[in-house]
Each structure stands twice: as structure tokens, then as C-alpha cells.
Design a protein around this ligand. Sequence first.
Ligand code: ARG
Length: 459
Amino acid sequence: KKAEAWSARFSEPVSDLVKRYTASVFFDKRLAMFDIQGSLAHAEMLAAQGIISEADRAEIERGMAQIKSEIEAGSFEWLLDLEDVHLNIEKRLTELVGDAGKRLHTGRSRNDQVATDIRLYVRAAIDDVIALLNTLRGALTDLAERHHDTILPGFTHLQVAQPITFGHHMLAYVEMFGRDCERMRDARRRVNRLPLGAAALAGTTFPIDRLRVANKLGFEDVCHNSLDAVSDRDFAIEFTAAASLIMMHISRMSEELVMWISPRIGFIDIADRFCTGSSIMPQKKNPDVPELARGKTGRVYGHLTALLTLMKGQPLAYNKDNQEDKEPLFDTVDTVLDTLRIFTDMATGITVNAGNMRAAALQGYATATDLADYLVKKGLPFRDAHEAVAHAVRACDSARCDLSEMSLETLRTFSPLIGEDVFAVLTLEGSVAARDHVGGTAPNQVRKAIERVRGQLKD
Ligand code: ARG
């Protein structure tokens, strides 16, 4: 029995090693449902154009329905000998419906078929990613609302910079994940084009109706050049690039969670279900989930590099190299979806230790800028104010006290412009509340920003 679809051309069968080396069925069978969807749309068009009979189309539909249920039931037998998902399904179709099955591939090649399958797959993945990004944004926004006025030190260079609100900090990630959504939506427009009809590379001699197939499959348009249609995978790279940016944001957040949960810092705790213990040190509660997310970010970056490298040397049009697009792509989808799911769940399991945050904000002269701004408002040029406060900070350093703990008398030695009203400015609450403009950290602004995000999440 000749298993290979092209074996009439060859005088000897391929070796087992070559079979195993060239086969993709064990990973591309994940495309099965999209492959069937594409084939049904193709068959419907072939019949409408009179290229195959209505009876053949009906048989193809019957056979595909059976194959679908076999795959769903797990009883479909995937054969390495049949190389990939496309040939496995086509072969089974022919077993089930005879000649009608053999007519399905009229005017089509696996080259435009696989490009269509992957686009359908990536499109569905994008929709899942966007939905999950938005749930994560919702969860972080809820957390921001609970802590719209909880104060912690904001850092630059990992040194205490200025007090900020925890709600504001969470909303920074909500903004990042919002841009990630936009990028996915934008990439989707370019994914959503139909390659089918390009056939192997040059188009087909049959009177096909590509727009009909495009409509049936929900594509916005067809790919307008057959060589381009079968050979480029830029849409998969674009998706992986957007996924890499999501992971980059996730990874930064992970790094912060890991630091914040460290007993040395103790800003937050995350629910036990996201942590593991140590097999030797009984006291440990390790933040495995954010650490792994940080680690898996490298894996997705790797897939991006793999795909870019895969494409860079390929002459037009299709080359078998392209089969290597799938594993990096699939693993990117799995990694990003699981990471977003787990982060959403974790966000709801974060508890904040406001006392530790506040204590940290009280160290490191977080309100030094406020004192400088205060002097400017009293008429001092900013550079002079900066210098006066620098002297005050040095004095605090040797006296081992905070700016707010100095007496008015001492403070006035740094500038006679300082009056009794300075103490309101030096408090953490005064400092954050004063940054009351669009994009600022004031609790008032955090509440407004939350409303804005909730509006976006509604539509
Ligand atoms: N399994 C192949 C892939 O993923 C399908 C296309 C094969 N086409 C070919 N001419 N060998 O790219």
C-alpha cells in the first residue's frame, strides 16, 4: 500500500529516519479543526463554481463531519506515514467517501492550505489573547481601586524617589497591557487575509472564487499576490513580536512581585496557591509563578528569534523550512495564554501590606522634591531650591532623621522662605495628593483613571 500522496513519482520509499525528520503531524494536528473548516469552505466554492458536483460536496461534508467527531473522540488515527495534518485528514476523507474525497484538493495545494490554517489559528489565538488581556486589566484595576490611596515609595535606579500610590502603580501595568491589546488588534487586520487560491505558488487554472471562500471563513480580504500568500509568515512573526512585548511587561511585573514578596521588603503577599516551599528550608515560601513567568519570557523571545531567522534566507515562494514555523508559534500561544490566565488569578490573590509600604516611603527623603517645589512656589529659582534641599537632606543624613522630623527653626537655616506650612508639604499624603493632574499619582487621579479604564473595558 502506497501511503505517500506523491509516491508514483519515486522508485523507492523514503527511509524511516527521513519520514520522522520530515513529518509534522505530531505537532500540526493541532490545526485539524481549522484544516477542516478551510476544506469545507473550499469544497463549497468548488461546487458553487461547478468545478465539483453538489453530490461530491455533500459527500465531503458528510466525511468531514465524521472526521471531526473522530478527532473529538480521540479515535482518529494519526499516521506518521502521512506526514502532516492535511494528508492525514484527506486520506481519511477518501477512505470514508471515495472519489469525492480525492476531488477536494482540486485547485488547491498544501502550500495555500497550510497558510490558511495557520492564519485561522493565529486569528483565534489573537482573540483569546485580547480577551485574557482585558480580564487581567480588569483584575489589576480592581486591585488599584482597593489601593487608590495606599502609599509606597516610587523608585528610580531602585532607590526611593517619590511617594506614589499603589493604585497608580498597578494602573501603569493596565496601560501597558492596554497597548498590548491594541497591538494584537492591529496585527489581526493583517492576519485576516485569505491565502487559499494561491495554490502551490502561481494560482490555479480552475475558475475559483476566492472572495467567496474569504467571506465564508470570515477573512476581510484575499491575499493579493499568490507568491506572497504561500510564502510569507510575517503575520506569525508579528503575533510573536506582540506576544514578546506582553511577556516583557509580564516579566517586569514578575520582577516587582518577587521583590515585593521578599521578607526583606514585605510590600505584598501572594496567595499560597501561587507559591511553593523548599524541600530543605522549612521557612520558605517561594514566588514560583512570577519567577517562572519571568523565565518563560525568554522562551517567547527565543521563538521570535527562531521565526525571524527561519524566514530570512528563504527565496520565494514556499520552502519546506516553513514547516518549522509551527512549534515556536504554538508554544508562544500556549505560554502567553497560560501566563495571562495565571496572572489574572494571581492578581486577585495579592494582599498589600500598607504598613511596610508606608514605612519604606518614610525612608530615603521621598518628599525632598516636594520641599524644592515648595521653595519655588515661594519665589526661589528651581536650581537654588534644589541646592537648599540637598543641604537639608545632608543634615538629615547626619542627624539620622527625616525632613519632616526637623524643627522649623533648623529647616529655616536652609532657606528663610520656609514657613509653618512646610509640614503639610512634607507628608506622604500631601505629596501624592499634590500631583493632581492627568497621569499623576494623586488618589483623586487614580479614581479618574480607573473610570477611564472601566469605560474602555466595557466596549
Ligand atoms: N506540512 C507542511 C507545512 O507545514 C505543509 C505544506 C507542505 N507543502 C509542500 N510543498 N511540501 O509547511
